[in-house]
Every structure is written in C-alpha cells, then in structure tokens.
Design a protein around this ligand. Structure first.
Ligand SMILES: [Zn+2]
Length: 154
C-alpha cells in the first residue's frame, strides 16, 4: 500500500473495520515515512475464486459455508458475530494474497485455525478436531500442548 502523500510503500494499519454489508474492509493506515494518515477500502470477495478439494474437485469459493464452519466451532463461546465476520474477511484476504484464483481447501482450513487460535482456544480445538480428524485423545492432547507452548501469535 503506497502512501498517497509521499508514495512510500510501507504503512502501518491502525484500525481494521468491516464496511457496510460485510462486503468490504476499511483500514485506517499510517505512512511509516511521513506519518500521513489515510483510509483504504478493500473489496472482500474477488470474483471467481475457486476451491480445489483434496480429491481434485473444484467448487466455487463459498462464504456462507466458511461462516457456518466458524459458527459451529464458536457455538456457545463468547465470540461475537462481528468478530466472526472480521475473521472471515481476514481469512479471505489472506487467501487472496496467497493465491491467484485457485485455493486448496487445506489452505482455507489452515487460515481458519490461525484466526481461531488467537480469538478463542476452545473454538480452535473444536475446529481442529474436526479438520484434522484426530484419531484419539493423544492427538488432541498434542494439539492442546502445542497451543500452550505456542501462546499467541499476534
Ligand atoms: Zn508518506
């Protein structure tokens, strides 16, 4: 992101918010060179993003499906809908930065876990147990142990 005043490339994000209808992300930024502050609005969904499943099948990137997966994991947890929507926009943005137009389904799972890990650890473990298909309690214990050691990865 270039500063509109001095054209410097590096900016710091001060605040991230969802736009109307959750179709865009609004960011307040500050230029690292001249400290000029400005806002950017980014569209969340790029047209035609395609998910490549493990068996090679392709399907349209589906935000409602992503939402329901996260809602299931955060069911009865103190996670607000607003926070979930923000997570979704962060996930979609990360995927769009990493991939051109085809996204492996495994990458979606990883991004979801990355978000959940910093938002709610119970939800994270719930999601991981489905996504990683833990075979027994040892695998679950290992995942929790990693969570403890890793702490928060900003
Ligand atoms: Zn600047």
């Amino acid at each position: 992101m270039f500063c509109p005043r001095c054209n410097h490339e590096d900016t710091k994000v001060l605040e991230t918010r969802l736009g109307k209808g959750n179709h865009s992300i609004r960011r307040r930024r500050e230029c690292l060179a001249c400290s000029h502050r400005f806002s950017t609005v980014e569209e969340i969904i790029r047209e035609g993003l395609v998910v490549v499943k493990r068996n090679g099948a392709r399907e349209e990137f589906n935000v409602p499906k992503l939402t329901s997966g996260i809602r299931k994991a955060t069911d009865k947890r103190p996670v607000e809908m607003e926070r979930i929507n923000l997570m979704i926009s962060e996930i979609v943005e990360a995927l769009q930065n990493r991939f051109e137009d085809e996204v492996p389904s495994s990458a979606i799972g990883e991004e979801i876990m990355k978000q959940l890990q910093s938002v709610d650890q119970i939800a994270y473990v719930r999601y991981a147990s489905v996504y990683k298909e833990f075979r027994d309690i040892d695998e679950l214990a290992k995942a929790i142990e990693q969570l403890r050691k890793g702490g928060k990865s900003s």
